[in-house]
Design a protein around this ligand. Structure first.
Ligand SMILES: [Zn+2]
Length: 76
């Protein structure tokens, strides 16, 4: 599969990604995805994202408190 952003070949990976669905941030562990080695774009297969959306709809997730480093972008 080629990257939609820069058209380089993507590599299959398995691990942890973050997803923003309906404005809410979800952390997904042990998921298969493809990643672009050039620009870092990550893509889930349609089957995997459908499965994840289903799990969210059915509430099949655990709530954990995760500390995320937050940066404030400063220009000029
Ligand atoms: Zn790319």
């Amino acid at each position: 599969m080629k990257c939609a952003a820069c058209h380089n070949e993507m590599v299959k990976k398995k691990g942890e990604i973050d997803l923003r669905i309906h404005g809410k941030l979800y952390l997904v562990r042990n998921v298969s995805y493809e990643e672009c080695r050039v620009c870092g774009e990550r893509v889930l297969s349609p089957e995997v994202s459908q499965d994840l959306y289903g799990k969210i709809e059915r509430g099949e997730f655990v709530e954990e408190t995760v500390r995320i480093p937050v940066l404030d972008g400063t220009y000029g």
